[in-house]
Ligand binder design. Structure first.
Ligand SMILES: NC(=O)c1ccc[n+]([C@@H]2O[C@H](COP(=O)([O-])OP(=O)(O)OC[C@H]3O[C@@H](n4cnc5c(N)ncnc54)[C@H](OP(=O)(O)O)[C@@H]3O)[C@@H](O)[C@H]2O)c1
Length: 318
């Protein structure tokens, strides 16, 4: 796979990222036993073997166990310390944390950001995170408190670069205005069932600020899986079914024309945008992880790109 700089940084990453959200097989830490840990390590190994060098985590994935699995994998693969660019996130507090009865909530208080980072570093077995992201906008987000935390973390050498996730452009600007260094990425939901970022200013801002958009759930949490495989079960939501049925023949034809898998076409569709979208691949099956990586070998032509968009929208361009 080719590598590219992440935003305006010296981090060189593959054009697809592997997302570790599903590697533990559960969001309940009680269920993540030794077998699940070994399975998670094997999934990460298959991503590295397929050429991915950019891995996305969050402290909440698997209730912290996904980061711990990565830490265990590093013991077996110390070379990954140099080889992989590791991203993680903070700011979502699940219900009953740290004590029973508390509601799920967001938290960008300076102390919580700093404390979360130390937990991630410990679980991942790293001295420094390459990309640290604020996961979801705290409704009480205070740019000054965020800047205080990120500046202290940066000065301590614990993080190389910072990004955000699910931020609207105006909040990116508010935080950026008080930060002494640039935010390099915005991780947002982008896929053929979620096209809002093309029109709401999110991608425009990435173009202007040279931030890299990281596209989460590129298959709409799997709801688009059936558009890649004629034999796959259709999604439950009738609105998804309509899109899947329109996309199926188009993705099949374009995949044949480019000699890649339909999964690679879906990823290549995202990567074609001039902002340099990096899709975060989430499948846990080694063959699909590898098939997605074929996206890096093609550049979709404009007509194919628009055919896919029109099928996803269900209407022609005005
Ligand atoms: N920042 C955020 O708020 C946020 C939110 C969500 C996710 N993320 C990031 O985005 C990453 C990817 O999210 P995601 O896992 O939801 O991505 P996705 O690609 O939309 O969904 C992957 C799911 O689709 C299933 N799937 C069904 N048919 C498939 C097919 N034909 N090919 C491939 N997969 C198929 C996979 O099952 P199999 O495993 O059985 O293939 C897997 O469960 C996460 O790991 C995380 O890093 C970020």
């Amino acid at each position: 796979m080719n590598t590219i700089p992440l935003g305006s940084t010296d981090l060189r990453v593959t054009r697809l990222c592997y997302g570790a959200m599903r590697i533990a097989g559960s969001w309940n830490r009680e269920k993540v036993d030794a077998t699940a840990i070994q399975n998670g390590i094997r999934i990460l190994e298959s991503a590295v073997e397929a050429g991915y060098t950019f891995i996305d985590h969050a402290d909440i994935y698997g209730d912290t166990t996904c980061e711990s699995i990565h830490g265990e994998a590093l013991k077996q693969h110390p070379e990954w310390r140099e080889q992989l660019v590791v991203a993680t996130k903070c700011g979502i507090r699940r219900a009953d944390q740290p004590t029973a009865g508390l509601p799920g909530r967001y938290d960008f208080d300076a102390d919580y950001i700093k404390q979360s980072l130390d937990g991630s570093l410990q679980r991942l077995g790293l001295d420094r995170i390459d990309l640290y992201q604020l996961h979801r906008p705290d409704w009480l987000a205070d740019p000054a408190a965020i800047a205080e935390a990120l500046t202290a973390i940066h000065a301590a050498g614990k993080v190389r670069y910072f990004g955000v996730s699910n931020f609207r452009p105006s909040l990116v600007s508010a935080v950026q205005s008080v930060l002494p260094f640039p935010l390099v990425s915005n991780q947002v939901e982008i896929h053929l069932r979620r096209l809002a970022v093309f029109e709401d200013g999110t991608l425009d801002q990435c173009l202007e600020k040279k931030m890299t958009p990281l596209a989460w759930s590129p298959l709409a949490q799997g709801r688009l899986g059936a558009s890649l495989d004629e034999n796959a079960a259709l999604p439950k939501d009738p609105a998804d079914v309509e899109v899947v049925e329109r996309l199926r023949p188009i993705l099949r034809d374009i995949a044949e024309a480019y000699h890649v898998s339909p999964l690679a076409v879906v990823m290549a569709w995202l990567m074609r945008h001039p902002s340099g979208i990096i899709p975060i691949v989430g499948t846990t099956r080694p063959e699909a992880i590898k098939a997605a990586a074929q996206a890096d070998t093609i550049t979709l032509d404009r007509v194919s790109w628009y055919r896919i968009l029109i099928a996803a929208r269900g209407r022609n361009m005005e």
